[in-house]
Design a binder for this molecule. Structure first.
Ligand code: NAD
Length: 314
């Protein structure tokens, strides 16, 4: 996108969900000069994986502390030549339960909670009740249906709602996929492209509201094929990472280190999403859950966010 700036930049934003992505997106928005309200959602239920691992609700805040740690680490690592030092002070942390009313003061709300349609629908209902007229709402879903997420919400909300999918880590990954729902105002899409491109320094593609959009549809398929090949040829995790990383001109984080960064529970949700929604039989078969991932997730080993996934975090 070029030409003169058609819109005023966003000054006040909120991010709902302070996990791997929420913390990273909040840091990136603050870097870009926005005041950011980062609200976590107090957990009210265990995931099936957590229940199976014998965790209780009391264990869950540990994850939120990890998120806070991740945010602190991010703030330390920013190159000062690019960003000013004041941005950490521009982030205010809280939780949706106690601070939800503050959403009335922001211009853009980013939803970044766990990749489950029921959870996202419930959170969006709360956002709708708190948001001011004209506030933009985007979801960071990796590929759930944007249309399904908007169901049950009022027209004004639906007009101002779209997918804006950041990649991990949000500070470094250049792409944002914008995904309009059936009622997204076309002007909103232009505005979001402008914000992402000019204010956040991202490249933008507009994707259709298909399962996992573009990058994750292809990227996750590649991961699944790699895991299948590991099993078939009896390779170890280290061997696969050695073969598929710098030796092939790809980063060290190409395969299993990447899965640890993404979160194994999130990857399983993404895999399920294509398998359950694709109309292509071959694709549905390719998106079967790999037993290796299920076994780790069942132990509560979800990757970097829990300190252990394929690798132990040092
Ligand atoms: P995460 O597990 O690190 O964080 C999830 C957040 O959701 C936490 O704040 C948690 O408190 C909240 N949450 C968990 N269960 C909840 C419940 N029952 N009700 C309400 N909130 C609940 O996940 P993440 O990796 O940050 O993913 C967040 C979103 O971003 C997902 O939609 C995911 O698909 C998407 N995404 C993830 C990645 C990635 O690499 N991890 C990349 C791009 C997009």
């Amino acid at each position: 996108m070029g030409g003169s700036t058609p819109f005023a930049p966003i000054r006040r934003a909120a991010v709902i969900g302070a996990g791997v992505m929420g913390a990273g997106i909040a840091a990136h928005l603050a870097n870009a000069g926005m005041k950011v309200l980062l609200l976590d959602v107090p957990p009210t239920a265990l995931t099936p994986e957590e229940a199976q691992a014998g965790l209780t609700l009391a264990d869950k805040p540990v994850r939120n502390r990890l998120a806070a740690k991740a945010l602190a680490a991010l703030t330390k690592r920013q190159p000062q030549a690019l960003y000013d030092n004041a941005y950490a002070a521009r982030i205010t942390a809280g939780n949706l339960e106690d601070d939800g009313a503050k959403l009335g003061d922001v211009e853009w709300i980013v939803e970044a909670v766990v990749e489950r349609l029921d959870v996202k629908q419930a959170v969006l209902e709360r956002i709708e009740a708190a948001r001011g007229a004209g506030t933009i709402v985007t979801t960071n879903t990796s590929g759930l249906s944007v249309a399904a997420m908007a169901e049950g919400r009022g027209e004004s909300f639906r007009n101002y709602f779209a997918g804006a999918h950041f990649f991990n880590p949000p500070r470094h990954m250049k792409l944002v996929e914008l995904v309009p729902g059936p009622d997204t105002d076309p002007e909103l899409l232009v505005r979001l492209a402008d914000i992402c491109h000019r204010q956040l320094g991202k490249g933008v593609v507009v994707a259709k509201d298909t399962p996992n959009f573009i990058a994750n549809r292809i990227g996750t398929y590649g991961m699944l094929v790699t895991i299948h090949a590991m099993r078939r040829y009896g390779l170890t995790v280290d061997e696969v990472d050695a073969l598929t990383g710098p030796a092939m001109g790809r980063p060290k984080t190409a395969t299993f280190r990447m899965l640890d960064l993404v979160g194994l529970d999130t990857l399983l949700h993404v895999v399920d999403n294509v398998r359950e929604r694709s109309d292509d039989e071959q694709e549905r078969a390719a998106f079967a859950r790999p037993p290796e991932l299920e076994a780790l997730a069942a132990r509560g080993w979800l990757g970097e966010k829990t300190g252990q996934g394929f690798y132990r975090k040092l």
